[in-house]
Design a protein. Sequence first.
Length: 247
Amino acid sequence: MILFFIILTGATIASFIGSLSYRAPRNVSIITPPSYCPACRSRLKPFELIPVVSYAVLRGRCRHCGNRISPRYLILEILVPAAYVVIYLRVGPWHVTVLVSYLMTALIYLSVVDIEQRRLSYWDMLSVYVGAFILVALAATGNMPHPMPHYLFGLLIAAVLVSLSAGVVYALKRRPPLGVADVLVLPGVALHFGALEAARVLVFSSLAGIIAAVFLISLKKLGREYRFPMMPFVAAGVLVEISFFSY
């Protein structure tokens, strides 16, 4: 019963992430207008908004105009509940589970925005730090698995590694690295872990990103100056860390 509730919650939040990631970068209110097809602007009925089921029944196309629905909605509606289930099974106290789930939700949202917009705003970045501030408050009152210094060391190691990598990029290219807001997300992510865990997340994320970039460049799918989205790999690194190491 609990797993069903978690999956249902995850699917519902995934639908919201899909809508928010489309509307927010375009300065469209998340309240009005109600859900609509981006192609024909037709208002969607409740039965067209059922996570996963509606996409499958409609075969990935708008019922009104036949335009293809972006598969990102289906991917989100599968990925978010799956991540929530993993977190529930791996993390202990409920408040820690909620906090880690929030981090994963923010990273998935940032991943979608990063893929589509190739940039993140500082307001986007703050979504991660909201959870980090709550974690610090909980750790200060002894309500986290580790004392506060454990998490602050995670922040420190991330800040040092990010600064070193930015320095190397600047030394080689004589210009600041692109995607400053993306880089500033990493200390907020690392604050949810300790030093060792944060280092692993950064290593997993970097390796995954490098392998994907080299693979796509070798296939001539990307140019060398392509602004590669980093957030999906950070989210993947965090999920790997939670699944196999932390908690």
